[in-house]
Write a protein that binds this ligand. Sequence first.
Ligand code: PLP
Length: 369
Amino acid sequence: MIYLDYQATTPLAPEVVAAMTPWLDKFANPHSPSRWGREAAAAIAVARAAVDRAIGLPGDTSIFTGSATEAINLAIKGTFERSTRRKLVTVATEHAAVLDTAEWLQDQGVDVVRLPVGRDGIVDIEAARLAIDADTALVAAMLVNNEIGVLQPVAELARLARGAGALMLCDAVQGLGRVAIPDGCDLVAVSAHKIHGPKGIGALWVREGTQVAPLVHGGGQERGLRSGTLSPMLCAGFGAAAKLAAERRDADRQHVEQLWSAALEALGPGWTLNGSSEQRYRGNLNLRRDGLDAARLLADLRDIAFSLGSACASGSGRPSHVLRAIGLSDAQARGSIRLGFGRYTREEELVDACRRIAATARAQQDLAA
Ligand code: PLP
């Protein structure tokens, strides 16, 4: 199997496995005062510091959650619970964790603005300027799009949010360790399994003094914002993954740049990149080809793990909302594939997969002609 689905999830780093293993059979509750409990709490503190360093914003203020989806729900619903303002401004190409939470809030009477994007996938900043006003409680935007890899101008959106007295939530799930997180954010959601850490743990970085109400009530373990006993094993894994991501940032970027060029060369002509070619993370190659039946391509190449769009949209039969938002027709969306690669992708396997993808796509076309 050649794994080219790094936006869906990433392979565990060996260092992460090593950091987690001792905690499999150490069962202490990190919130209890025993020596064992304190040892577990200390491991969690080290992990938290590593996650905060990878996020790179001032203050050691992230809280652990069960996923980035939970972190995003907490940030959005928690903000509206505390604010008297009634408007949420977000972007049409956000992840379902943001868009579905926004829809839920809309049913509760919140005014939701979904900003359009251009053909390059970048948000219309003029529309943002018009939408963000004195009634806006929160602006929510992702750093790197999970489907097409484009970078949103989060710093600029954060400036607009701050100017209007609103909070800025950045979904940095696909950007952590790859793209700097802008300073103006008040809330930042991240996930371990996208940076070679374990599934089942995310974090929400919360700027000091930001007013957010908890979603999950109970023991208040995470600064009163999130209750539930933390898993030292998952925290240790996330911490190790975050430490590696920060240390290997330049090396990972260089590797990804190299892979990007090799993949394009191996695929050959006839493909069009979806989204901006400059303002993007190059570990995400979302391409379309005229007349391609991408679902059939996926079925014909079962030993290559790649995707039709987002992991969530794949299999649902619905064309991706992101590909629609950048103006693609249904046929173009159905002719699009996403190749995701990164730290552990070897150039030879990527080139091999891309040549086979190109050959199978050409064969489809020959058959149709
Ligand atoms: N935001 C983005 C941009 C994502 O790609 C994902 C995962 O697909 C999420 C949020 C949700 O993350 P998690 O799997 O930790 O809930």
